[in-house]
Ligand binder design. Structure first.
Ligand SMILES: [Zn+2]
Length: 346
């Protein structure tokens, strides 16, 4: 049997762990879950949707008739600022209180579109609201980190199609953000420059993993990608947090974010499921936070038009993620995807 492939492991310098690349030219037979691109038709306004304007939520609070992106505190939040003050420390059972709050951001009053179908100006309004929320939540003395993200698509468990994202503001720094801050700080000390500046320079020199770029930002699939179409948007200038972006940079960010997600949709002619994470500097008073380099990471769960990538036994229990496609090959495909949304094509 002539079975050719590429088996290697690549170092992930932000997470300080190995990523396994197991890209075989002849794909393994598939018997897992498949999804289809055909979506159900949703109305522009759904009176049963708790994110639509004017609708009364389960908490009894009525949404305003908002026109621009709208944020509110999640009625079923995973975190609370009223967490009881429990402290217990023993060899095997240690407990500390955890404070926080969860916010929901409705990207638009329109129930049946996605960020990719909004225009750049509307997306810039979302970015402005992200900045405002980051500044306000992060200024609270009990909040050490503000994590802004979007879960998109039924396949990753999002039940409500209304375009929305979330913000978890917590009294501790999540593990991955903490690890990235350590990597940024270590690299600055040992190399005298920022880690993402070095990664960006390497990506621009190599070129083969670049997806798109503008004056202020570059989008690329990193050398150490864990997921097939995992893409980073990185500012060329070192900014620690989204609130450091100028107005011009904010618009440039909205442009490249929009361009990338339109390409995602056009890749397989479907509304691309995705997890989008904005990684900002923590908001505790650690002076090392300025070493952080703001960036956005996209983790689409798709590996081909009808196949999902799951974190199975080896990955969940062993901890190293296996990427089944060479990042260079995935970048080539994504780069060629059109930047005009397929639904708008005549
Ligand atoms: Zn809705």
């Amino acid at each position: 049997m002539n079975f050719k492939g590429n088996w290697e492991r690549r170092w992930h310098p932000l997470l300080k762990e190995w990523v396994v690349l197991a890209a075989t030219t002849s794909e393994r037979p598939w018997s897992g879950e498949t999804i289809s691109a055909s979506g159900s038709e949703e109305p522009e306004f759904d009176p049963k949707c708790y994110l639509c304007p004017g609708v009364t939520r389960a908490s009894g609070i009525k949404n305003p008739d908002y026109i621009k992106p709208y944020a509110f505190t999640n009625d079923f939040a995973s975190f609370s600022m009223d967490a009881p003050d429990v402290h217990h420390k023993s060899e095997l059972e240690t407990v500390e209180p955890v404070h926080g709050t969860c916010r929901v951001i409705c990207f638009t009053p329109r129930h049946n579109i996605t960020l990719a179908e909004m225009n750049v100006g509307e997306l810039a309004d979302v970015v402005s609201l992200w900045k405002k929320e980051y500044a306000e939540l992060g200024s609270h003395p009990k909040i050490d980190n503000v994590l802004i993200f979007e879960n998109k698509g039924k396949v990753i468990g999002v039940s409500n199609p209304h375009p929305h994202g979330q913000i978890y503001a917590t009294g501790f720094i999540p593990r991955i953000v903490k690890r990235e801050l350590e990597s940024f700080t270590d690299y600055r000390r040992s190399h005298g420059e920022g880690l993402l500046e070095a990664i960006l320079r390497n990506e621009l020199e190599k070129g083969k993993r670049i997806i798109c770029q503008n004056e202020h930002f570059v989008a690329f699939i990193p050398f150490f990608a864990r997921f097939v179409y995992e893409t980073y948007i990185v500012p060329r200038r070192h900014v620690a947090r989204i609130t450091d972006l100028t107005d011009e940079e904010t618009l440039a960010y909205a442009e490249i974010h929009h361009q990338l997600i339109v390409k995602f949709d056009n890749l397989y002619n479907m509304s691309f499921p995705n997890i989008t994470m904005l990684h900002n500097a923590p908001t505790d008073n650690n002076p090392e936070n300025d070493h952080f380099h703001f960036h956005t990471e996209f983790y689409p769960p798709m590996r081909s038009p009808d196949k999902l990538k799951y974190l199975a036994g080896f990955e969940s229990g062993g901890g190293n993620i296996i990427n089944p496609v060479n990042p260079e090959e995935a970048a080539g495909r994504l780069r060629q995807a059109p930047v005009i949304h397929y639904k708008h094509k005549k």
